[in-house]
Design a protein around this ligand. Structure first.
Ligand SMILES: Cc1ncc(COP(=O)(O)O)c(C=O)c1O
Length: 374
């Protein structure tokens, strides 16, 4: 099946690109001895877990359900971090996850006796903001609930604690990791030699062209050698970066006050919420910036939300009703975050193999919409 024969809207994961990302991540593991986990919050297309498992050490989860998915569909190491665990879920989490990271000493005290076979870690907050413009994604922002600050860290109460975890980056390069590591060493240095592992979190844009791989490897080797820790990275984006598309069809063209809007069968609010949350303008194949090409349109959806606008794009030729458009980099933070607001159908999920052949993995219908309501 070609991409043109797929139903719309449809997420299509490009297995060739996914494999190339995984190969790059594998070189980081091989060259440094670190272990890389898939952060399932970014990409949970478990049909691809057998492929991912050939390259990565396992998964990390943010909840019981993600932990179950990782353990049952991928295998390998299963890690988890949550700001707080629910009492009724904890024993299953402890049975599934070999590594459990706590967000406070109160959570550690509450649950440490219920982790008979898991390695326990604490999330630290190095209070080192390196993100210029995404406060919403900055776990080091003032007042953050994520991680124990050095001022509150109980250096004398680490019995049984084997690891430290920090996550402070978002789509960043290795120079920001280096700055963060320095802050971690300055603030939490006395605890580091007592640890078996150090998890550097996600947000490392390792598979982005131009990413500073040598510096990443230097950082990993440095902490590995200085403190004798097993280093973990848990990227989400880097695993499936630029490895997926969202194909949509133009349903109508409307004009108002000089702005011509394409009504699509996809939606920013429903199918790519990060476009509104972050916000950003997703890449669209064969298009330009507004005014760059002859025909400029605003791309929007069928929802009632006036601001459900994906962005303004230009094209060489006028766009017609029935045309298909292809948004790029749509594997990550897309299908894991989508919803059926307004009863808009969920996109189908397809995979494209290395020859460009597509197969539909799953389609969704009225029952999927209805089953989440009562
Ligand atoms: C604790 C933790 N680990 C890993 C990740 C994955 O980050 P990314 O997808 O940016 O690599 C996140 C993202 O929010 C996170 O909060």
């Amino acid at each position: 099946m070609t991409p043109y024969e797929l139903p719309t809207p449809c997420y299509v994961v490009d297995e060739g690109r996914l494999r190339r990302n995984l190969e790059l991540l594998q070189t980081v593991q091989r060259d440094t001895g670190c272990k890389i986990l898939l952060a399932q919050k970014a990409f949970s297309m478990y049909a691809e877990y057998p492929l991912i498992r050939r390259y990565l050490a396992g998964t990390t989860a943010s909840s019981l359900f993600e932990a179950r998915l990782g353990a049952t569909e991928m295998g390998g190491e299963a890690h988890i971090f949550s700001p707080a665990y629910r009492d009724g879920e904890f024993d299953e989490i402890a049975a599934l996850c070999g590594h459990i990271v706590f967000n406070s000493f109160a959570q550690l005290e509450k649950y440490r006796s219920r982790c008979p076979s898991s390695s326990i870690g604490i999330r630290i907050n190095p209070q080192c903001s390196t993100q210029g413009n995404h406060t919403i994604y900055d776990p080091c922002a003032p007042g953050s609930r994520l991680g124990v600050t050095a001022g509150q860290f109980r250096f004398n109460e680490l019995d049984g604690v084997e690891g430290l975890h920090f996550h402070t980056l978002c789509e960043q390069d290795a120079n920001d990791l280096a700055v963060t590591l320095k802050a971690v060493e300055e603030k939490f240095g006395p605890a580091l030699p007592r640890m078996k592992w150090l998890n550097l979190g996600g947000g490392h844009h390792i598979t982005r062209p131009g990413y500073d791989l040598p510096l990443l490897k230097k950082c990993i080797r440095h902490v590995r050698d200085a403190y004798g820790v097993q280093v973990y990275l848990e990227p989400g984006e880097a695993v499936a970066l630029n490895a997926g598309y969202l194909i949509t069809e133009v349903l109508d063209v409307v004009e108002n006050g000089g702005i011509t809007t394409l009504i699509l069968d996809t939606s920013a609010a429903c199918h790519m919420p990060d476009v509104l949350e972050m916000p950003y303008r997703p890449p669209l194949r064969n298009s330009g910036l507004p005014g760059e090409k002859a025909h400029t349109y605003r791309l929007s959806s069928c929802t009632c939300l006036a601001g459900d606008v994906i962005g303004d794009y230009s094209f060489d030729r006028p766009v017609q009703i029935g045309d298909r458009l292809c948004f790029e980099d749509m594997a990550i933070y897309s299908m894991v975050k989508n919803n059926t607001f307004n009863g808009i159908p969920l996109p189908a999920i397809a995979a494209m193999d290395e020859n460009g052949d597509c197969r539909i993995i799953k389609t969704f219908g009225y029952e999927d919409f209805k089953s989440r309501l009562s």
